[in-house]
Design a protein around this ligand. Structure first.
Ligand SMILES: [Fe+2]
Length: 168
C-alpha cells in the first residue's frame, strides 16, 4: 500500500471513531438526570464531535473518490453494544465517566498518529485539522479525569441516601 492509501484508511477509521463517539455520548447524555455538570460537558463534546466528523470528512473528500459506509456502520454497531453494556451497571455514571476518559485517550492517540502521517505525505491542511481536533479531545479527557473524583463522591453520597437514585 502507498502512504496515501494507508493515510486514507486511517482517516476513515477516525471518521468511524467519531461516529462511535457521538453514539456513546448521546446515550450517556440522554440518560443522565442527576449529574448536570457531567451532562453539560458531554453535550458540549457532542457538538464538538459533530464538527469533528465534518472536518474529518473534508479530508476524506480530498483523498477519496469512492464512497465507503461499511466502517461507519460497524462503528455504530460497536457503540450500541458498549452503551447497552454500560446501562446494565448499577454505577453507570462512574463507569461511563471512566470509559469516556479511556475513549478520549484512544482519540488522542489516533490523531497523534494521523498528524504524523499527514505531515509525511505533505497534507498540511489535514495536519492542521487533526491538531485542532486533538486539542478538543485533550480538553475533554482532562475535564473527565479532573471531575471523576467529584462524580464518584456524588454517586456514593446519593447511593447511601434512602430513596435517592444514584446510577444516572
Ligand atoms: Fe472526537
Amino acid at each position: 500500500m502507498t502512504y496515501e492509501e494507508h493515510y486514507l484508511d486511517w482517516v476513515r477509521d477516525a471518521y468511524a471513531m467519531e461516529k462511535q463517539a457521538e453514539s456513546i455520548l448521546e446515550k450517556m447524555a440522554g440518560r443522565l438526570e442527576h449529574y448536570p455538570d457531567l451532562k453539560a460537558r458531554i453535550q458540549q463534546h457532542i457538538a464538538e464531535t459533530q464538527q469533528q466528523q465534518n472536518m474529518v470528512q473534508s479530508v476524506i473528500d480530498r483523498y477519496d473518490t469512492s464512497s465507503s459506509v461499511v466502517k461507519d456502520t460497524l462503528g455504530k454497531l460497536a457503540a450500541q453494544g458498549q452503551a447497552i453494556a454500560g446501562m446494565m451497571a448499577e454505577d453507570e455514571v462512574v463507569k461511563g465517566a471512566m470509559s469516556g476518559y479511556v475513549f478520549e485517550q484512544l482519540e488522542i492517540a489516533s490523531y497523534t498518529s494521523l498528524i504524523a502521517a499527514a505531515e509525511l505525505i505533505g497534507d498540511e491542511e489535514g495536519a492542521r485539522i487533526f491538531t485542532a481536533i486533538r486539542e478538543q479531545e485533550v480538553a475533554m479527557a482532562e475535564w473527565l479525569i479532573t471531575h471523576l473524583p467529584a462524580v464518584t463522591e456524588q454517586f456514593l453520597v446519593r447511593s447511601a441516601a434512602p430513596g435517592v437514585e444514584a446510577k444516572k
